[in-house]
Design a protein around this ligand. Sequence first.
Ligand code: AMP
Length: 427
Amino acid sequence: MTPIQAPKGTFDILPPDAERRSILESHARRILGAAGYQRIETPAFEATELFARGVGEATDIVQKEMYTFDDGGGRSLTLRPEGTAPVCRAYVEHGMHKLPQPVKFWYQSSFFRAEAPQRGRYRQFWQIGAEAIGAAGPAADAELIVLLAELLEAMLVKGLRLRIASLGNPETRARYREQLTAYLRAHEDALSLDVRGRIDLNPLRAFDATDPGTRAVMQDAPKLLDALTPEDAEHFAEVRGLLDVAGLRYEIDPTLVRGLDYYTRTVFEFTSDALGAQSGVGGGGRYDRLIEQLGGPPTPGSGWAAGVERILLAGASPPVAPDPVDLFVALVRRGSTSATAAGDGAATRAAFLLAHEARRAGLSAQLELADRSLKGQLKQADRLGARYVAIVNDETQASLKDMAGGEQADVPIPTVIPTILRGSRLV
Ligand code: AMP
C-alpha cells in the first residue's frame, strides 16, 4: 500500500525542531511578559465573516487564500489565516474594554493560508504575535516594534532590516486611492495584467508588484506619506523619534503596503536577507478602526505577527542539548520469555514502579520498553547518556551501575533512588 503523506504545504515538527520552537516560545514569554503582554489563544477556526469584515474583502487573503468550509449546519467557518481579527473578536466578546487599558496580549499559534508552498511559505504555519488594544499613542507602536526587534535579536536572526511607513487614516487613504487609481489608469499600458485587473479593487497592491513595467510606473506614483493629515504625520514623527531614542535603525519606505486592510497610521516590516524570496520575518501596524468594524466600541489597537518558521530559518539558535537521563531501568530477560513481554511479572512490576517513583522523586528516568537483550539495553542507556542503569533482577534486587565510573553493585531496590539523589559513589 502507498504510504500516506502530509498534505502539500504542511510539515511535521520533529523533536529537534520542536525543541527550537520551545526556545523561541520561552524568549517570547520572557520578552513580552516583562512588558506586560499576556498569553492568549483563540480557536483554530472562526466565523468566515470575521475575516471578511476584519481583514477586508478585497485582500488576497480573503479572496484567494482562506480554507473555508460549511460546518454542516449552514454556517460558513474558516481556518484562521491571521491572528489580529480573532484577538480583537475575543476582546469584544469578553467585554475587555471594561478592563484597565491597554490590554496587551501575545500568542503563538498556527495559521492557514492556501498559498503556493515554497521555502518559508506554507499552508499551515506558526506565528508569534503581540497586540496592544486600547492604546492610541505612538509609544505603543514604538514599544511593539522594539519588542519584536528584541525577540528577533534573541533568536540571532541574521541580516535584519526594518522598514516603516504610515498609512494615515481611512479618509486620507480613500482620497489618495482615487489619486492613485487615476495615475494607474493613465499608465495602464505599462502595468502587468494582474495589477491592471485590480486597479479598482486594490490599487495600493501595485506597489508590491515585481514585474519591471509596473515597478517603473510605481517609481513616480503619488505616495501616501506625502498626503497625510498633520495629526497622522505627527503621530508618525513621534514613532520615529521613539525608535531613535531606543537606538533602533529603520528605513522609511513610502511603498510599504501590507496585505491586510485594517491598518491605519503606523505600519512596519522586518525582513531578513538570509531568507531569499520570502524575506518577511514579521510585521504589523496600528488598526484603530478594526474593533469598531467587528461590532465593538471604538478602540484603538496596534500589533504584529512574526513567522516562527522564518525566524528559525533566518536565526542561529544553538543546538539543543538533550535532557539528561538520570536513570535507565533495565530488565534481565529470563530464558526464552522476556521479562518485559510476559514472563517474570514481579520483576517487570518492580522495574515499572522504580522508574515511576524515580520520576516522582524528581529524577528523569526511562524504562526499557523495547524488549532488548541486556547488552542492547546497556547500549541504549549509553546512547541516552544515562548516569545510572538499574538492572532489575527480581522484585527486590537490582544491579546499579554508575555509567561514568563503571562501578556496579547489587543493591536492594529501595536504595536505588536515594543513592542517585545523593549522587554518591557505589563502592
Ligand atoms: P502577515 O500576517 O501576512 O503580516 O505575516 C506576518 C509574518 O508571518 C510574515 O512576515 C511571515 O514571517 C509569516 N508568514 C505569513 N504567511 C506565511 C506562510 N504562508 N508561511 C510561513 N510564514 C508566513
